[in-house]
Design a protein around this ligand. Structure first.
Ligand SMILES: [Zn+2]
Ligand SMILES: [Zn+2]
Length: 141
């Protein structure tokens, strides 16, 4: 793998820097209340990488599994044992090549936001039970 495959990111003040290697395992957006509060916005756009493909430098603090810079408050990542969820807005370059494949907590989606027609829709968290079928040109059978 070349260096081209490494994306760099960081917090607003620059005290925390990180990198992720390769393409994300998956990417999505979440409209849940925790994501709203943590981001201070209407939804959260995130990508999941293998934990081993994530490197961080600087001081990260954590609240309920969500890591952030204690100096400027920027949300960075959520670290799990084998995966890491990256707040894609924290990347240095806009991740325009990363397309969210699913939406979580669509019951809380703002009414002025369109659903992503190609994305798998979940009423709540990402479990098969809560998947919702949507009509779309790409969905056959
Ligand atoms: Zn910072
Ligand atoms: Zn959420």
């Amino acid at each position: 793998m070349s260096d081209d495959n490494i994306r760099h990111g960081g917090c607003l003040c620059g005290a925390v820097r990180f990198s992720v290697k390769g393409v994300p395992l998956r990417a999505g957006i979440c409209h849940c209340q925790d994501c709203r509060r943590a981001s201070g916005s209407a939804f959260n756009f995130f990508g999941i990488w293998e934990r081993a493909d994530f490197k961080a430098a600087g001081n990260l603090r954590e609240f309920r599994g969500r890591s952030f810079c204690p100096d400027c408050g920027s949300r960075i990542a959520s670290l799990q044992d084998d995966e890491v969820e990256i707040m894609l807005g924290s990347l240095d370059f806009a991740p325009t090549d990363i397309i969210p494949a699913y939406e979580l907590w669509i019951c809380r989606r703002e009414p002025w936001l369109m659903d992503l027609q190609w994305a798998q829709q979940f009423q709540y968290d990402r479990t098969p039970v809560t998947a919702v079928s949507i009509e779309g040109p790409d969905i056959a059978n």
